[in-house]
Design a protein around this ligand. Structure first.
Ligand code: CP
Ligand code: NVA
Length: 330
């Protein structure tokens, strides 16, 4: 396909051109097809990667592990309690050690500076599996899912409701701008994405004939949306005390039946997961008891509706992460 990403880090979508993202999506489709048809694709046999997780994960960890194994790689997982990183060894030292042993490093954790420092020192590709600011591998899965459902990306209308300045909100704004999708952040002003990122996204969107809109008005925000997306109201790393104020701020931005009807009967519902759509989780039950709500960012009805593509997104984490590993190591 005439695109060479060998040796590149995958830290945020801002570092990639629209053409490079297109290439990764097309490669993901090829890997998905190989997987579905049972064709072996151990193209990276003999290579090894390490997965550093300072925050918990189901999808990202499993997608990296299965992708690595499908590609024939050795995979080592390090959780927060089982490495020296941060406590006894600095990030640059950790990066230089791991870079001598592994062909690639995945990091999930806190600030974007950490993943950037790992990349600066490792000498091998570093992949961002989520930081406080960005979640770029999730974006490829979301874009692939939309393209599969609509057949195209350009010109779609995407509305993100809720905490629009978290890692998912920031990343979706950039992903949409890069691919010519109109992006609306529908949230209280306090939770709009940061101004400088909005300016950057608007410049990118302008070149791709799409627009970035910020609104506090739910009806304006969702009318005509092809996709309505949301994320949890309190992200990993934020203090528990914040729940009360977040619930107060974000309750009007819950994705429910009224919101989806305003968007239109064929609008899709998207969510990176995990989601608090019922009280069948420890935190869901605690919040339910404390604040008297049984559903948070999305109602169970919408989550379970025919419009919901959340498990397609989750599956696509595997195929898109595989594409990123392959493209940067092959
Ligand atoms: N969407 C996502 O990143 O899920 P995990 O936290 O389970 O990895
Ligand atoms: N915003 C969420 C995303 C989880 C995949 C968090 O950071 O917890």
């Amino acid at each position: 396909m005439g695109m060479n990403l060998r040796g590149r880090n995958f830290l945020k979508l801002l570092d990639f051109s629209s053409e490079e993202i297109r290439y990764l999506l097309d490669l993901s489709k090829q890997f998905k097809n190989l997987k579905k048809t049972g064709v072996p694709h151990a193209y990276l046999t003999g290579k090894n990667m390490v997965l550093l997780f300072e925050k918990t994960s189901t999808r990202t960890r499993c997608a990296f592990e299965v992708a690595g194994r499908d590609l024939g790689m050795g995979v080592t997982y390090l959780d927060p309690g089982s490495s020296q990183m941060g406590k006894k060894e600095s990030i640059p030292d950790t990066a230089r050690v791991l870079g001598r042993m592994f062909d690639g490093i995945e990091y999930r954790g806190f600030s974007q500076e950490i993943v950037q420092t790992l990349a600066d020192y490792a000498g091998v590709p570093v992949w961002n599996g989520l930081t406080d600011q960005f979640h770029p591998t999730q974006m490829l899965a979301d874009l692939l899912t939309m393209e599969e459902k609509f057949g195209n990306l350009k010109g779609l209308n995407f509305t993100y409701m809720g905490d629009a300045r978290n890692n998912t909100g920031n990343s979706l704004m950039v992903a949409c701008a890069k691919m010519g999708i109109n992006f609306t952040a529908c949230s209280p002003k306090e939770l709009f994405p940061e101004n400088n990122l909005v300016q950057i996204a608007r410049e990118i969107a302008g070149k791709n004939n799409s627009v970035i809109t910020l609104t506090e008005n739910v009806e304006q925000g969702v009318r005509g949306a092809d996709v309505v997306a949301t994320d949890i109201w309190v992200s990993m790393g934020e203090p528990d005390q914040i729940w009360e104020s977040r619930i107060r701020l974000l309750k009007p931005y819950q994705v429910n039946r009224e919101v989806m009807s305003c968007a239109g009967e064929d609008a899709l519902f998207m969510h990176c997961l995990p989601s608090f759509h019922d009280t069948n989780t420890v935190i869901g039950a605690e919040i339910g008891k404390k604040f008297g709500i049984s559903e948070m960012e999305v109602t169970n009805e919408v989550f379970e509706s025919r419009n919901s593509v959340v498990f397609d997104e989750a599956e696509n984490r595997l195929h898109t992460i595989k594409a990123v590993i392959y493209a940067t190591l092959c």
